[in-house]
Ligand binder design. Sequence first.
Ligand code: ADP
Ligand code: MG
Length: 708
Amino acid sequence: MDSRTGETGVSVTSGEECRAIFSQAIGENRTYLMEHECKEILESMGIATTGFLVAGSEDEAVEMSNKLGYPVVLKIVSPDVVHKTDSGGVKLNLADEDAVRAAYGEIVGAFKYQHIIGVAVQKMADPGVEAIIGVTRDPNFGPVLMFGLGGIFVEVLKDVTFRVLPVTLQDIDEMIQEIKGYPLLKGYRGKAVDIDALKNLLLKISELVLTFPEIRELDLNPVFLYPRGNMTVDARMFVSPVPETAPQQSSGNTVEQMRTLFYPGSIAVLGATSVEGKLGYNVFRNLLFHKFAGKLYPINPKSESVQGVKAYRSITEVPDPVDLAIVLVPASAAVTAVEECCRKGVKIIVVETAGFAETGADGKAAQERIREIIKAHGCRLLGPNCSGVINTHVGNVQSIGLVEEVEKGNIGMTAQAGVYAAGILTGLRHVMNFGIVATIGNKMDISETDILEYLGSDDHIDVVAMYMEDVKSGRRFIDVASKVTEKKPVIALKGGRTAAGTKVVSSHTASLAGNDEINSAAFRQSGIIRARDNEHLFGLLKAFARQPLPRGDGILVITYTGSLGVAATDTLYLNGMRLAELEPELKERLKGILPDYVTSLNPVDYSFSMDAEQLRKTIELGIVSEDVGGLIVVLQGEILGSFVDTLRSIDYKGKPILSCVAVKEFMMEDVIRMEKAGFPVYSTVEMAAEILADMYRYSLRKDRQAQA
Ligand code: ADP
Ligand code: MG
């Protein structure tokens, strides 16, 4: 075999040989490569397999077996047989010539009505830990790698994990450690299997699939893993002609363009009006009310002025340049409006009007027309069918609903649905402050990935939230998210977790890859924290937005009631955290300030006697401990107000503190005081503990990346 290798590690000649195998199969209208063909491809990449010998007669099978040495395995080779064992197509552990002759006869007999190419003759591999390695293709993310424990129970145990290709060594490390069977691989004493060889195999499979897009799906099942090396015992590939793929859009200067969306120097509003109750009233009123820090041009053919501001009949009549145009005219007039905006030279158009692709054929056609126009002018478009963006830092509030006073904040958010974004902004403004909210609607042009990329670069934004229903930009989403999460946490809430989708399933890998598994893999891979539900999302957001990251996994829990101390402890340990152990000297000092009936030093349980002064002393003592990475305080709701000023006066030395107030819904005023002072409050101590763990995991990942 030639050893010249290309960038991917696939050698040049072997590349040509592989391509010949694919072309032949595709030429014969096959969708599937037989085991021996797969193994020839794998061997050419330096992957150890049980070989690809195929006998055409009983005598040839015997001759091959004699050469290989016994015991051997015989298997049916037929383009019609996918699962060979099911119909008696695999004969294992054949000890001598007689056994080979008998097995040969049985196989040929069993498949006499199928198209038989021959009978494969392989060495019987030594038993090892059975693994499965697979690749399937996701409509959004493209090829996805799967690894897990294999064998006949693979579909029952479902102990598998996924990553979107291409993968890094770090991804592969995480995959291996993530499966439940990892202890089996690691062994109890020393190494049970050769993990380096396994990593190497996974990398090679990833290279193979990226080099040959003809491979639609692939299953290596089983691969036997040994203390040294591994052996691919069975392989299957599903192939198809290479489909033409649309290039993933990314127009170089997206970040600069998005900056104009959020910080425009001037905004024209097409359809602005003084008539209350209309969307054109609300949007223009929002911009005025929030004192947009730039020029405003209402466009209305029938009015001299709108809400006291001089109006123009058409955007083309505005004497000065316009950065951004908001289009509120009906869908039927939107195409012309967009055309005029482009002629005027606006950089960003926000189409808030509904009635496009989401409504039917006419709407779809209009949306297509708009797409062509903006493409021709190099202009970018948000929407249609959205609620614009909000940037509280410059009073750029484009929402279709009236938005009352909001504070400037450090949370950035993208959402598909406008109502969702506007609603949470109004409802949550007491407990968390948003800097930027972007609604993307039909995302005809600007996608969640464009917004995410931008939010990563905005200095006002410390935490990014994404509410998403589908991910369009697949691989680019992962690349962008991976970069952003190196700088700031990204938290996603993804709808559609249960819809597994009905797809024709051919490989084990495809049957194990529900849509949601792939989404989870993509999030994990790019360091995105996945929120379980809305409550978890908001809980995470306020913690990340207002508290520093824990620098250790030891937590000090201070509580007024023992049971919540126990609950906190359980949740911490379940999430990979632990109770901090104070240094002996600190323990002595702590004992000195506690009433004698308080015996446990972590959780510190005050049994309904904690006052603000005691809390302050306990926190200040705990903060000093090297082993304390963060704190959880459980506060009594009835006297919550008495703690706020004290908590505010403490120097936390960069350590996070989360609090729990059971049934906080009944003391909202004091809870809001706490939140406004920067102390996130949770109804359950489990939520506080879980979120501290989420924060710690994120900080570990960030450290790791900083070192890499
Ligand atoms: P299929 O998956 O199409 O039914 P396989 O080739 O995977 O067929 O064979 C079925 C099982 O037989 C494998 O899971 C493995 O346990 C065993 N087996 C197959 N080939 C070998 C071999 N060469 N050495 C050892 N065991 C084998
Ligand atoms: Mg198999």
